[in-house]
Ligand binder design. Sequence first.
Ligand code: PLP
Length: 464
Amino acid sequence: MLDDMLDYLEHRREQPVWQPIPQEVRNAFREPLPQQPSDLATVHATFMRDILPFAVGNTHPGFMGWVHGGGTAVGMLAEMLAAGLNANLGGRDQMPIEVERQVTQWMRELFGFPAAASGLFVTGTSMANLIAVLVARTAALGTAVRQAGIATGARQLVAYTSAGAHGCIAQALDLSGLGIDALRVIPMNDHYQMDAHALEQAIAADRRAGCTPFFIAGTAGTVDVGAIDDLTALADIAARESLWFHIDGAYGALGMLAADIAPRLAGIERADSIAFDFHKWLQVPYDAGFILARDGTLHHSTFAAPAAYLRRESRGMAAGSPWPCDFGPELSRGFRALKTWFTLKVYGTTHLGRMIAGTCALAQYMQRRIERLPMLELLAPVALNIVCFRYRCDDPDRVNADIVVALQEAGIIAPSATTLNGRFAIRAALVNHRTRTQDVDALLQATLDFGAALSHDPPMRKTS
Ligand SMILES: Cc1ncc(COP(=O)(O)O)c(C=O)c1O
């Protein structure tokens, strides 16, 4: 199994990025609950034949869809060790929790957070954003809200984020009981950043209307175009208005590791909480999200709950309190910290920072090439490592949507799609550390070829 997976990663470029799952494979795979044992080798053979070839393909250098990390063999091996250990990181006195605490300490160091800051591994940034909203809710309403709920509160809390924010911010408002209507969606400027002036006006209007502003969610690396909000301006507004300043840094926050990106994240050190993923730019295998909160005591008081069966001691296995389960809704938790610790230790932050910067350099290369190709149009400024563009033609929304599907089905290169200012965009997120200029060239050439074929234009000449 180990040989198969190492070979798979080594020869990934030679296989399709993605391929449609044949109906026969789906049909043959379905079976009743197995009552009798099967031979391990047979089950493994089924994995190799029916599962492995039909994954979404984010390990492939040609994968540019959504914002997915590429994983590494190092992370895979660490995951194997973690699975063998089968540690439950909800709590108790065990070294795996020290690993999580070590990574938390490194994150405090990276983001300039104080020693009292708390950190917690979670599935991903969606969960981390929800935790941030809940801690901010405690800050605004006190811990009594945990008992009484928000229905009894006289104050109507309102939150702010930009039109470019990820949908999980609205979901966090929903799940926290505050409701999606409590989220004010602030327009963006020409750089796809939250319009700071519009934010101030919205806060003032809410105060006049008797609402209680409590939370600003800035974004470091928007999902559509990779824009970074002006974090210093947002931190200033949050300080002036006494609001919680949260940053959704799902993939962009770890740009702190890259010397040329870190200055553009200035202001991140002033956040009350930061949500981000190690499974995106840091290439840690899925899943490994993280929440960092400046006020660890407040974070603790948002989740900790006494329970006889989780009794703490000063000695023995039940020592070492507080436990990770005191900082989030999950009691049973896997050892996500190990693959992250391995990744940071084995590669070191200098190398990882260069890798991150490399994906941005690739995006700049792609932008320059698009600007020189008259049949292609850039649809948004390239802030980090996401490039949004389209093929010029009549009926561009239909043709470009067809191009994206054709590219994915061809299996050579796989971008995803989004809509920017009402215009369909081909979106290439260059997150994978295996992607090279040849993959960018392949995407552009295939876009021109499919664009010509699908819009019935004459075939294009080679681009390079
Ligand atoms: C800006 C942003 N926020 C949140 C998320 C959600 O993160 P996750 O999928 O890890 O829950 C993403 C995912 O791409 C994102 O780009």
